[in-house]
Design a protein around this ligand. Structure first.
Ligand code: ADP
Ligand code: MG
Ligand code: MG
Ligand code: MG
Ligand code: MG
Length: 435
């Protein structure tokens, strides 16, 4: 039964709803709707001028309606009179195929048709920085190897514990928080769930972390590589596939190497096969490519992949199988669109299952040190343009994500690349002036 948002408001004392949708670049767009008006909006959606956000639409298009999915509603733990609700975009009463949450729902349904339920966890790393964005916020956080730094973690207790308290209150089952490998960097982990739920929580998490950081006079950034020489913000995804009831993990088979079932291996095969094209979505910004393929950081390792390889419990490869019944994709970064991340994982994985894809050999080497010995594994794209071209070439993946999405995404992202290339930089002046 669909939750009645108007009743929900009355019961919880909610005065306003944020009807929120995510555009192609991951921007969260919302209207603040008084509870008195939510009944009509729940039925018809809130109207937006789609062109004003990062969607491939023109100013002449009719209204985009964001129709709330009431099952996603979350009362803001830090502002209880407001509730956030994720919405699905329609236009002329039709679902908008390029809208990320609409597309993810379609892929979840496709997996269900094959009897599969994809469950994932994400690890969205972030930095707490000064409000003006220029430096990290803690002047004492200067260790060469700052990972798990006890002292620095406790100096940010007020922010981290407040966010973790809220996740506990929301029932997300958070289980650990730590200082990560870069100065000023943190990670908070909560339990995995169905792909759509994880995408909604991932979106809300970013909104919550930024909001609470701002409340404390700071700023949170998920930018892939905010500081040269420091480890970047990854957003690893852990993936398992279950039966429709969610009782049997179809990826688990303790008799197989790494405890990964034959079906799990073909899903992984799909990820490996489409990896270079995947990067166009998992590493969606110009800055993303300064995290992957990066030189060694001050801490000693980037913790990001540079090549399309997989392994057991070893963090130097693109895919790690940390234990039975799941694998970890270490490619995505903090700029990834939460819905597109889940959608492209499902699309690539289903393609792998359908074609019985072989993930190829696993390598149990230190890729950072001995990667050169794996000569036939493809290098990951070196920049956004490379990745977009890989995506263009990958007809199967393009089709799986749908023509409407693929053409819109490519058009918008090529626009971003062209905007980047039109910049005149100090570097080119410096290297070319006296040529
Ligand atoms: P690490 O840093 O070692 O990669 P974390 O504990 O930070 O691991 O994150 C692990 C993520 O994987 C969490 O979101 C967790 O809920 C998720 N996870 C654990 N088991 C599974 C599983 N079977 N399927 C999908 N995700 C899982
Ligand atoms: Mg107006
Ligand atoms: Mg982690
Ligand atoms: Mg981490
Ligand atoms: Mg990880």
């Amino acid at each position: 039964m669909t939750l009645d948002l108007s009743k929900f408001a009355a019961e919880k004392g909610i005065k306003y709803f944020m009807i929120s949708y995510t555009d192609l670049f991951g921007g969260q767009r919302a209207k603040l709707v008084p509870a008195e008006a939510i009944a009509g909006m729940q039925k018809d959606g809130a109207g937006f001028a789609g062109f004003a956000t990062w969607l491939d639409l023109t100013p002449a298009h009719p209204d985009l309606f964001a129709v709330p999915d009431a099952s996603s509603v979350i009362q803001l733990p830090w502002k209880k009179e407001v509730a956030w609700v994720a919405a699905d975009c329609t236009m002329d009463d039709q679902p908008v195929g390029q809208a990320p949450r609409v597309m993810l729902k379609r892929l979840v349904a496709e997996a269900a048709e094959a009897g599969l339920r994809v469950r994932t966890g994400v690890e969205p790393e972030f930095f707490l920085i000064a409000a003006d964005g220029s430096v990290i916020s803690d002047a004492f956080d200067t260790a060469e190897k700052p990972c798990y730094d006890q002292q620095a973690l406790l100096r940010r207790y007020d922010v981290i514990a407040e966010i973790c308290d809220y996740m506990l209150e929301l029932g997300w089952k958070p289980y650990q928080n730590d200082h990560e490998d870069a100065n000023g960097q943190f990670e908070m982990n909560w339990e995995y769930d169905d792909a759509l739920k994880t995408a909604d929580r991932h979106s809300f998490f970013k909104f919550m972390v930024k909001s609470i950081a701002e409340k404390h006079g700071l700023r949170a950034t998920f930018m892939p590589k905010p500081f040269k020489g420091l480890t970047g913000n990854g957003c690893h995804a852990h993936i398992s596939v279950w039966d429709l009831e969610g009782k049997v993990n179809a990826f688990a088979d303790r008799a197989m190497p790494f405890g990964l079932s034959a079906q799990g291996k073909t899903f992984l095969g799909g990820i490996m096969k489409h990896a270079s094209a995947l990067a166009a979505v998992t590493n969606p910004t110009v800055n993303s490519y300064k995290r992957i393929n990066a030189p060694r950081t001050i801490s000693g390792a980037t913790w990001a992949p540079n090549t399309v390889t997989w392994t057991g419990n070893n963090r130097t490869h693109m895919v790690r199988v940390p234990g039975p019944g799941r694998f970890e994709l270490r490619l995505p970064d903090g700029a990834v669109n939460p819905y597109l991340l889940q959608a492209i994982i499902i699309a690539a994985g289903l393609s792998g299952i359908r074609s019985n894809a072989d993930p190829g050999p696993h390598y149990d080497i230190d890729m950072y040190k001995d990667g050169h010995s794996v000569t036939d594994a493809p290098k990951l794209p070196l920049n956004l343009l490379d990745a977009l071209r890989e995506y263009e070439r990958d007809e199967e993946l393009r089709r799986a994500l749908g023509h409407e999405f693929s053409s819109a995404y490519l058009k918008m992202k090529h626009g971003e690349w062209n905007s980047y290339c039109s910049q005149f930089t100090d570097w080119e002046r410096h290297t070319t002036l006296d040529i």
